[in-house]
Design a protein around this ligand. Structure first.
Ligand code: APR
Length: 320
């Protein structure tokens, strides 16, 4: 059987880390695409030279030509610019919207059968725009946010409880970052819900609230430390988990920015919800009953996403 093909659009910090992880895990052959000449080629060559030491077999190619993504099984999109000082959210939105248009058209023309994972921010709006520009089926275009947000939550919870991260599960909904909605009743240590752990004296409500807040601003905390960029190891790992679920038909239940057409009372938007990812792409949206507080928080998230889409439509009339 021929190897799978993974195309990475954007060969920056996350793109390079994605290529490294995909190679080490032998997910398939890898194409790194970027508009900057030399960077994808250089990273591909550097990574290929780590193959003999690591013992992976994967062809790595760097390119500035969309034709090279032809036949990709999975495409992960990190193309775009991060926010810089003095730049408004609308400025960023305008720039990355143009990038999504170019990427969407490149995918439509060269790899329309791929499963596409978007990472570019502002995520919930960019994944929607990428789907619109590419014209791919909604179940084949998904945004990476919830796996990362829940990984951050799990890391902090594991530290608080002094248990293995492997035994902590977290359930998050809603938009990426600030408006994320952690559902603590469904977050557990080895199946024991957090509210029960608080009752057992393992932690306090105040500490859990502080962890929720730290998780919500988890991306900002890293930006403030790095100063010259944003997080890339955990975002890349999170997207690779989603890619692996698709390539291996694992039917993983993962929180992702998925297209809702009625579920959770939302129509026509991408919002973070638990989904089943398998060979069919997003095979199912998992719809759970939310308590009143989670409902209110989820609505705040949905409204924030709606606002961004209005801004997108104002910038590019073809999205009307
Ligand atoms: N097509 C392809 N690549 C592009 C385009 C384009 N039109 N425009 C910019 N790029 C490339 C840049 O040249 C750069 O190599 O996208 C890459 C982005 O890499 P970084 O700036 O290192 O950003 P990174 O940390 O990888 O994050 C990428 O993911 O988490 C989000 O907010 C983050 O939107 C950002 C994205």
């Amino acid at each position: 059987m021929a190897r799978k093909k993974i195309a990475l659009i954007g060969a920056g910090n996350i793109g390079g880390t994605l290529a490294h992880l995909a190679a080490i895990k032998e997910l398939g052959d890898i194409v790194l695409f970027d508009v900057v000449e030399g960077v994808p080629q250089g990273k591909a060559l550097d990574l290929a030279q780590s193959g003999p030491v690591e013992g992976f077999d994967a062809r790595l190619k760097g390119t500035n030509d969309y034709a090279d993504i032809a036949g990709a099984d999975v495409i992960i999109v990190t193309a775009g610019v991060p926010r810089k000082p003095g730049m408004s959210r609308d400025d960023l939105l305008g720039i990355n919207l143009k990038v999504m248009k170019a990427v969407g058209e490149g995918i439509a023309a060269n790899a329309p059968d791929a499963f596409v994972i978007c990472i570019t921010n502002p995520l919930d709006a960019m994944v929607w725009a990428l789907r619109e520009f590419s014209g791919l089926p909604h179940n084949k275009v998904v945004g990476m946010a919830g796996v990362l947000d829940s990984a951050r939550f799990r890391h902090f919870l594991a530290e608080e409880f002094d248990v293995s991260v492997q035994d902590v599960t977290a359930f998050v909904l809603g938009g990426h970052g600030d408006t994320m909605v952690p559902v603590v009743e469904y977050s557990t240590v080895a199946g024991i819900p957090i509210p029960d752990l608080v009752k057992m004296g393992w932690s306090t409500q105040e500490k859990i609230d502080a962890i929720v807040q730290r998780t919500r601003s988890g991306g900002g905390e890293i930006v403030a430390l790095l100063k010259t960029g944003s997080a890339y190891y955990a975002p890349a790992t999170s997207a690779i988990e989603m890619a692996e679920a698709y390539l291996k038909d694992k039917k993983r239940v993962l929180p992702c920015a998925a297209y809702l057409d009625g579920k959770y009372g939302v129509d026509g938007l991408y919002v973070g919800v638990p989904v089943v990812i398998g060979a069919g792409g997003v095979e199912r949206i998992v719809e759970i009953a939310l308590n009143d507080q989670a409902k209110v928080n989820f609505q705040v998230s949905v409204d924030a996403v709606k606002e961004l889409l209005v801004a997108c439509k104002g910038i590019d009339s073809s999205l009307g």
